[in-house]
Ligand binder design. Structure first.
Ligand code: PLP
Length: 439
């Protein structure tokens, strides 16, 4: 399948910058994010460092709410914690009004630690363990999204044991191709996610009879980085049909969880149109009289983060120029994992206007896959020059590892003109602090 994120003609760095109003190139200070010079951040905290902008996150949350308000809908927004689970990020979004969508007990605990009430958390995922179910129920979780008949029967037993009633929705697999990358499409019949549509009515009736279970509706989530509302429209029309079929069978349906997947512009294109998305939701499921839920992850935080790195050296290979950064695939895995595109901008104003030629941008890890960009048109860099890898706020730091004994990068949050260190760079001794040599 074609890599939906790939584009034949890549934008120039001036186009990347122009498409991102939170980034401004200042003649003296260089590249600034939310008004703060990235060079100053690198001087103070070193590189590589994740830089997150709270104002960008809030603005994206507000825009999403406003798009729905303008079509007369008030969905509950449950931020998908897996996109970026930093407590500081969760706390910004909680304060903006978001609940949380979690896929593990660890994420559930993080969301609570950041102040999200258990009743505002929904628990998704194909493999919740009985211990995870019990802990979430005991804490008063708002909703559990059930992905199979097998899981439903385990959940019923656990709920009885814990003495709680689980509000559940059944995750329907709508068998719709989201037209995105094969590794992030989730709504096809042969994906591991959800329950086939033809099994839902019977399973819902079964759920209603099970002890400890209260079925309240259905959920679907068709994939990630979706830029076109069309596959959503197909899936949501099937969801609406399902809600009607359930009601015709005498069931009570009060919740429809529409999932996440809203795509962002990694090049210089706009992300999914919120007004078109909201209008499509209104048209497909707006008159069902259900509480709508949304689970956006990437949309809220992707463009609100970047990875600030420094050039270790430039290497002239026999056929290519290589720009070797101090950031690597252990920090930002997406290019190695999905061949994803991330814009790369020079931080210095002088570099920004220098003559640019193609180069491969790589990290120091001993893997050929440790490549951020191939034939990217960039200026020649001196050692120590800084670059920003853009749109790294989602599925960035959360996928970091310490591969090659590389300590995890620092993270900072920009908020109200201040730079807050929200996780210090790991030290070498942090890496072995919990290791035990026997004997
Ligand atoms: C990953 C995921 C999301 C969020 O996806 P984004 O593409 O980041 O919006 C929402 N719901 C479920 C069930 C998920 O697995």
């Amino acid at each position: 399948m074609a890599l939906a994120e790939r584009r034949d003609i890549e934008p120039e760095i001036a186009d990347l910058l122009a498409a991102r109003p939170a980034l401004v190139m200042h003649a003296q200070d260089g590249l600034c994010f939310e008004g703060i010079a990235l060079n100053a951040i690198a001087d103070k905290f070193g590189t590589p460092t994740w830089v997150y902008g709270a104002a960008t996150m809030r603005a994206r949350y507000v825009a999403l709410v406003a798009a729905f308000e303008s079509v007369g809908l008030r969905p509950h927004i449950h931020y998908a914690v897996k996109a970026n689970d930093h407590l500081a990020v969760l706390s910004v979004l909680r304060a903006a009004g978001a609940g949380a969508d979690v896929v593990s007990l660890g994420e559930f605990m993080r969301a609570q630690k950041a102040g999200v009430a258990a009743k505002d958390i929904v628990f998704s995922g194909v493999g919740k363990s009985p211990d995870e179910m019990a802990a979430a129920l005991a804490a008063g979780i708002g909703q559990i999204n059930v992905e199979s008949a097998e899981e439903l029967s385990v959940l019923s037993k656990v709920a009885v044991k814990v003495g709680k009633i689980a509000n559940i929705v059944l995750r329907m697999n709508p068998d719709v191709d989201a037209g995105t990358h094969a590794k992030i499409t989730t709504g096809l019949a042969d994906n591991k996610f959800g329950i086939a549509a033809h099994d839902i009515v019977e399973l819902y009736a079964h759920a209603a009879r099970l002890p400890g279970i209260r079925p309240v509706g259905i959920a679907l989530h068709i994939g990630s980085q979706i830029l076109n509302p069309a596959p959503y429209a197909t899936a949501y029309a099937k969801a609406a049909e399902m809600v009607r079929a359930l009601r015709a069978a005498g069931q009570v349906v009060s919740v429809l969880d529409l999932g996440g997947g809203l795509g962002i512009g990694y090049y210089d294109e706009p992300g999914i149109s919120l007004s078109a998305f909201a209008a499509m939701v209104r048209a497909t499921v707006g008159d069902l009289g259900v509480q709508l839920l949304l689970e956006p992850g990437r949309y809220l935080v992707g463009p609100a983060g970047l990875l600030l790195a420094a050039v270790i050296l430039q290497k002239q290979g026999s056929a290519k120029r290589f720009v070797v950064l101090d950031a690597a695939m252990n920090d930002l895995l997406r290019p190695a994992l999905y061949e994803s595109y991330h814009g790369i901008l020079p931080v210095s104003a002088v570099d920004f206007v220098s003559a640019a030629t193609p180069a491969d941008v790589v990290g120091p890890v001993c893997e050929t896959g440790d490549t951020f960009a191939i034939d990217r048109v960039l200026p020649s860099f001196k050692p120590g020059a800084r670059v920003a890898l853009l749109d790294a706020g989602a599925y960035g730091a959360v996928m970091s590892s310490s591969y090659n004994a590389r300590p995890r990068a620092a993270s900072v949050l920009l908020d109200g003109g201040q730079t807050h260190l929200i996780s210090p760079r790991q030290t070498q001794s942090d890496l072995w602090a919990h290791e035990i040599i026997p004997g």
